[in-house]
Design a protein around this ligand. Structure first.
Ligand code: 2RA
Length: 337
């Protein structure tokens, strides 16, 4: 099995390498791939030194599996070239997520949709992944009618330059501006670009991807996405209305029994999810569970996860693991064009 990490020098790429190592992902050969600008750089994985190569050289090398996190433009251009030669591409960009022929997967929820002819698989947006993972068991039991979500997103979701902007501002240095405003000591209600309906693209990702993952276009989603000077992960305040009524104790039990979800809900002892504690972890943390007393069948919850882990790298590696486990990747001998 030959695997490639495309965008290996980026924040998500670096996290993908950590996750591959921690989970002992099986491979015989690893290709670390980045733009021509970074090609030739040296990187270390499991104590071995690797030279970063270009996409052109990677295509030549015909990997069985490629994890892409190199931006939408790169994915649009290169994912088809790899899929045509038989490589399974797990893509972390937004380029393919809403394409009708492409599956959008959170393994704990809908990995069963994956089939042998799926060569490009989309990894959902970080803020969507953590929300749907926590809502999935509740949707199954009570059926979601409407979600109102406000996010509190980490600068790591933007990338290395944004982390540098925050750190430089904090150190009182001249900062290269990634955001249109200062990020330290601030809250920017602006993630990704503004669209014609005055929502941002990040907000509409939460609307459209949630419906696609749950295969239910009747779910109403209203999102406001906000960037904060936070490093460890994304937080979300979620108000959800169900068709059926629920019992809070049962909600807690359902969440406690959900793979990948950790309940942290003991407000009297100041126990609730925090991005500082979620940092570096793969789980989605849920707390502040309380009935919305202003509306029937409605629940308030606080959901936190490390956006670079379950929100990106871990979810992508889990998709790859599923493909390998179910013989949906063809190591060696796979007939290629
Ligand atoms: C962000 N959702 O946090 C993006 C990263 N994929 O900006």
């Amino acid at each position: 099995m030959k695997i490639a990490v495309v965008g290996a020098t980026g924040l998500v790429g670096g996290e993908m390498l950590k996750v591959l190592e921690e989970r002992n992902f099986p491979f015989d050969e690893l290709l670390l791939v980045a733009s021509a600008k970074s090609a030739g750089k040296k990187m270390t994985f499991k104590g071995k030194e690797y030279t970063v190569i270009t996409l052109e050289d990677t295509l030549e090398a015909k990997p069985d599996l490629a994890l892409f996190s190199a931006g939408g433009g790169t994915s649009l251009e290169w994912a088809p070239k790899f899929s045509e030669i038989g490589t399974v591409v797990v893509d972390n960009s937004s380029a393919w997520r809403m394409n009708e022929r492409i599956k959008l997967i959170v393994p704990e929820i809908n990995a069963g949709e994956l089939k042998i002819d799926h060569r490009i698989i989309a990894n959902p947006n970080c803020s969507t992944i953590q929300m749907v993972l926590a809502l999935a068991p509740l949707h199954k039991k009570y059926k979601i009618k409407r979600i109102v979500v406000s996010t509190y997103q980490s600068v790591t979701g933007t990338g290395k330059d944004a982390v540098d902007q925050l750190m430089d501002e904090r150190a009182g240095k001249e900062a290269k501006k990634v955001y249109p405003h200062p990020i330290d000591m601030n809250a920017l209600p602006h993630i990704d670009v503004f669209l014609d309906n005055d929502y941002t693209k990040e907000e509409m990702k939460m609307v459209n991807e949630t419906r696609k993952i749950f295969s239910d276009d009747s779910i109403g989603v209203s999102a406001t996405c906000v960037r904060l000077p936070v490093m460890g992960g994304h937080s979300e305040s979620v108000n959800v209305t169900f068709e059926k009524d629920f019992d809070i104790a049962e909600v807690k039990k359902l969440l406690s029994n959900t793979d990948g979800v950790v309940l942290q809900d003991d407000p009297k002892n100041n126990v609730y999810p925090l991005p500082l504690n979620a940092h570096g972890k793969d789980e989605v943390f849920v707390g502040r569970l309380r009935r919305d007393e202003s509306h029937p069948n409605s629940l308030n919850m606080w959901i936190v996860a490390d956006n670079l882990r379950k929100g990106a790298a871990t979810n992508a590696v889990q998709i790859a693991e599923y493909m390998v486990k179910h013989s949906l990747v063809h190591p060696y001998g796979f007939e290629r064009a």
